[in-house]
Design a protein around this ligand. Sequence first.
Ligand SMILES: [Ca+2]
Ligand SMILES: [Ca+2]
Ligand SMILES: [Ca+2]
Ligand SMILES: [Ca+2]
Length: 385
Amino acid sequence: MTIPMLNKSKPKRIKPRSSRRVHIIAAAIAICCVVCQCGKDNPVTPQPPQPPSQAQPVNITSDSSHDDQNPAFSPDGQFILFSSKRNGSSGNLNLWVMTVTGAGASAVTNSSDSDNVNMPGSSWSKSGNRICFSSDRNGNDEIWTVMPDGTGFKRITFDDAPDWEPTFSPDGNWIVFQSNRDNNWDIYKININTGNTIRLTNNAADDWEPNWSPVGNRIVFQSNRTGNWDIFVMNADGTGQQNITGNPAEDTDPSWSPDGSKIVYSSNYGGLAEADIFVVTSDGGGTPIQITNNPAYDGAPSFSPDGKSIAFESNRSGNLDIWIVEISTSFSNGVSIEKAPVRKKTKPGLKDDRRKLKKKWRHLKDRETSYSTPTSLFNYFHSSF
Ligand SMILES: [Ca+2]
Ligand SMILES: [Ca+2]
Ligand SMILES: [Ca+2]
Ligand SMILES: [Ca+2]
C-alpha cells in the first residue's frame, strides 16, 4: 500500500490558524491510519520490548565425578583456579588450575591435608602471580601463598586459631581473611611482607568470607549480625561498614565485578529452596538481579576479569561442578538470566565441610519467612544496570 501524497498543484493560500490546526490534526490521523494499515503487512511493526536472550550456564567440569568448587579466575582471564577432590586424597580438597573451557586441569597442591581457596574473587594475584589459600598442613588452618605451578609455598599466618578465606589486595601486599583468633569470627588483613596484622571488624556476630575489591579501596564480606546472612561492604581500613542486601534471605559468598560497581553473590532471595546467583550494586542502591535460575544449589560466584561472564559452583549435575554463564549482554541490554526450568525441591547438595557447617548454622537460626518478591523482567528492563 502506498501512502497518498499531498496535492502540490494547488496554489498556497493562507488559512486561519484554527482551520490549519484542524487540517494538521486530520492529516496526522490519516497518516496514523495509513501506518496502521501498512503494519498489517509490514514485519517492522513496532514491537514491545522482547525478553533478552537467556544465557545458559555451561558445565566445564562435567568430566569429573568428584566435587569441583570455588572457581576464581586468573588475572588474565584464561584460567580458573578451583578446589577439588578429584585426586582422591582422602576426600580432602586440593587446589587445581584449568583453562576456562575446563581443559588441561592440573593439581597445584597434592596434599592429604585440606587446602581451600577462598570464595572466588581475588584469590589469584596479578602481582607476583601468586595464589592464596588456607590449609591445615601445619596442624591448624593458616593462610599460605603458592605459585600457580605448585612451587614456592609461603606460610603467611602463624596463629593457633583457624584462619580462612583469604583474598589479595590489588597491589598484592595484603591479604584479607577471616579468623576467630579473638574468640569471635572477624575480618583481618595481614601485610604479607611484614606480617603486620590489623583487625577490621569487631562484632559479636560472624563476619566471614572477605573479598578485596579489584579497585582496592573496599572490602566485601558476609555477616549474620542482622539475624540472617547479609552482604556488607567496608573501606579497606574497616570503617564505613554498610549492609548492602538488608533482606531476610541468606546472602552469602560475595565478590566484586572488575570495576567495583557490583557484587555477585549466592542467595535464596525470594524464598528459594536452594540458592541462585544474584548481583547487586556495591553501593546497595538496587534490587537484586537474579542471574541463575535452577532448583539446585548455586554458589561461590566470581566475575571474569573482563566482566562478561560469571563462574560459580553448582550441584545441578548431581555433584559439585564449575559452571560459567555468559552475561555479556546482561547489563547493557537489560539482563540475561538463565531460562527457568520447572522448580522442584532437591536433595541437599554435596558441599564441603565448611558449607555443611554454614548450612547447619543456618538451620540453628530463627528463619524469617517473609521474603520480598524477586525482581521481575519488567524491573530488569528498567534496571539501572
Ligand atoms: Ca565434578
Ligand atoms: Ca591459624
Ligand atoms: Ca565477629
Ligand atoms: Ca539477608
